[in-house]
Design a protein around this ligand. Structure first.
Ligand code: BG6
Length: 295
């Protein structure tokens, strides 16, 4: 952001960890939040009188170039491992690069932050396309994110992305995800990544890593033990990913405490696999996500 333009009073700059990452703490009359410059990542959000909406691992690493475990990292321009090159970072590069804070504005109870990431030599080495990605966060009694992707090059491109939301739950074994009934998914834990169809609401009974495709873009996370429900509304996102690493996988993740899997779940909104987005040269598209705690 223009150094000469002061930040609104609701925002103050903070250091994240001790390795030089910068963030912003937000306190408005209706919410509090924490945002990281790396990844333009919303790390914490809590509306007044509601429970925290996002989970941030107490063991999250705050190191330049390392993904931060929690909040809403943005996976872009690909989701999961790079399709043709294992040497490239999982979930793309957007979550591990610094974004530029272009604007911070307050309108009534709403605070809006606008971040930008655009192609440079570093991104072109990983993904040979020219683009501008803009992420607008609107924080009030709800949290919403809008991702704009513009193809600023002369060739068409195709990309995948996910707003990889981490939610806190009181007990993963008593969580229900409604809204995916009858929807086809890829089971990422199946050796052949086989496809199945969701029968009834999704309950978590073990390690789960599923990509639901062609969804209506809306689901509801019911945390029965915690007495909270979160409405996840992403009308421009056809894919929803449900992930919980359970015990064994968590033990292999240095940035999660051994028992942490019991108190979190990821429900990610995006367009991946069959739902990836084709963007002609000069075109742009917008994708939005609204999160609302109904407790
Ligand atoms: C999920 C993927 O979106 O992210 C999982 O479906 C993956 O396969 C998980 O393990 C976490 O990824 P990372 O790179 O943040 O450890």
């Amino acid at each position: 952001m223009d150094a000469a333009r002061p930040l609104p009073d609701a925002i103050s700059e903070v250091a994240l960890g001790t390795a030089g990452l910068r963030g912003w703490k937000i306190t408005t009359p209706v919410c509090r939040a924490l945002v990281s410059e790396q990844g333009a990542q919303l790390l914490e959000f809590q509306a007044l009188g509601r429970k925290p909406l996002l989970w941030l691992s107490p063991r999250a690493r705050f190191q330049p170039g390392k993904a931060i475990r929690g909040g809403i990292p943005l996976c872009f321009p690909w989701f999961g491992p790079h399709p043709g090159d294992d040497g490239k970072p999982a979930h793309g590069f957007a979550r591990t690069r610094n974004w530029t804070l272009l604007q911070a504005t307050v309108t009534g109870d709403l605070l809006q932050l606008e971040f930008r990431l655009q192609a440079d030599a570093g991104t072109r080495a990983l993904w040979p396309h020219d683009f501008i990605a803009t992420l607008v966060m609107t924080l009030g009694r709800t949290a919403s994110l809008q991702l704009h992707v513009e193809n600023t090059g002369t060739d068409d491109f195709r990309f995948g992305f996910a707003l990889h939301s981490y939610f806190p739950v009181a007990d993963i074994r008593r969580v229900r995800l409604d809204g995916l009934e009858g929807i086809e998914y890829i089971d990422q834990l199946h050796p052949a990544r086989a496809r199945f169809r969701q029968d009834g609401p999704l309950h978590f009974t073990g390690e789960t890593d599923r990509i639901y495709l062609h969804t209506p873009g809306e689901c509801c996370l019911a945390d029965e033990a915690g007495g909270q429900a979160i409405r996840i509304c992403s009308p421009d996102c056809r894919s929803i990913v449900a992930w919980n690493p359970w015990q064994e996988k968590t033990a292999r993740l240095a940035d999660m405490a051994p028992e942490a899997w019991q108190g979190m779940v990821c429900v990610e909104s995006g367009n991946v696999e069959d739902d990836q987005v084709s963007l002609p040269a000069g075109a742009s598209k917008v994708f939005s996500l609204l999160l609302e705690s109904e407790a």
